[in-house]
Design a protein around this ligand. Structure first.
Ligand code: 6CS
Ligand code: FE
Length: 280
């Protein structure tokens, strides 16, 4: 059952997203109680361990926890929040959307490591066989994001240059040699490196921007947008709650090799019908 696209992002929001590849929405975008519930779930999510949890190279600090749209009711509520689903439907111009991947990137105080320059879609193309970049990243600021605690940094407009990389770096970082193959796509040294000269020329042409804002802000960004984030040297955390929405039409072909569900989730009709019709 498809639902009508209800206007939720303004024409200006959509213009910014199409032009720059991202748009930052204020905390009012999410109801306070939904956001408060997500914040309250973070300590348990950080401690949950197991295969959905990836550590920094110090092998102590939690870097990310994946699959939160299925392991946390509070996070599932955000993923199904009507304003979030409506915004994604508007951007993708398709009402049939589902969560391909979700995570919390904790970017811990003092020890949260970098994310090198990368585009996200190459991982969902090369690892998950998603045919087209018909996806949207929804990042909810769990902490205030400042210029000092490792903000996501973009090259605005770089999403309009297609897939810029594809080289497999060939060797996973030493700290992760005993980990499953897919961990190489989730650590501080990017699996699919982008030639520095490509980054330089795009940064010279478009500049760089690190959107900052209070906890509760919501950042939507394109899967081909060049982005990175520096290590967090500050005493303040910069946790980011992230959902990657895909269209059902762009789902993984049946025969494709499957990364674990918490990196590349399948969709179910139940998810589609409740995503934007059920009160959350
Ligand atoms: O492999 C992935 O799906 C993840 N890797 C990176 C570097 N960004 C996108 C995604 O979260
Ligand atoms: Fe990324």
């Amino acid at each position: 059952m498809s639902t009508a696209l209800s206007p939720n992002l303004t024409a200006d929001h959509l213009r910014l997203y199409r032009q720059c590849g991202y748009v930052l929405l204020p905390p009012e975008f999410l109801a306070e109680d939904a956001f408060a519930g997500a914040l309250a779930a973070l300590p348990r999510i950080r401690q949950q361990g197991g295969e959905t949890s990836v550590l920094e190279s110090d092998k102590r600090t939690v870097r990310s926890t994946y699959g939160i749209h299925r392991t946390s009711l509070a996070m599932a509520r955000i993923a199904r929040y009507p304003a979030v689903v409506d915004a994604v439907q508007q951007i993708l111009e398709d009402s049939r959307v589902y969560v391909h991947q979700s995570k919390v990137n904790f970017k811990a105080p003092f020890s949260g490591e970098q994310w090198g320059w990368h585009q996200d879609y190459i991982y969902w193309l090369a690892e998950d066989n998603l045919p087209r970049p018909e996806l949207v990243n929804v990042a909810v600021f769990a902490d205030d994001v400042t210029p000092h605690n490792g903000p996501l940094t973009f090259i605005p407009g770089s999403h309009r240059h297609g897939v810029l990389s594809g080289q497999w770096r060939g060797a996973v970082a030493d700290a992760y040699v005993d980990e499953p193959d897919w961990v190489s796509t989730l650590t501080s040294q990017e699996k699919f490196e982008i030639p520095p000269e490509a980054i330089t020329s795009l940064a010279e042409r478009y500049g760089m921007d690190a959107p900052t804002g209070p906890a509760g802000s919501v950042l939507l960004f394109h899967p081909n947008l060049l982005h990175a984030s520096p290590p967090n040297m500050s005493p303040f955390g910069r946790a980011m709650i992230m959902f990657v929405f895909n269209t059902v039409a762009n789902r993984q072909p049946q025969q494709a090799s499957q990364r674990p569900w918490f990196l590349a989730d399948a969709y179910s009709e139940a998810d589609i019908t409740t995503a934007s019709t059920q009160a959350v």
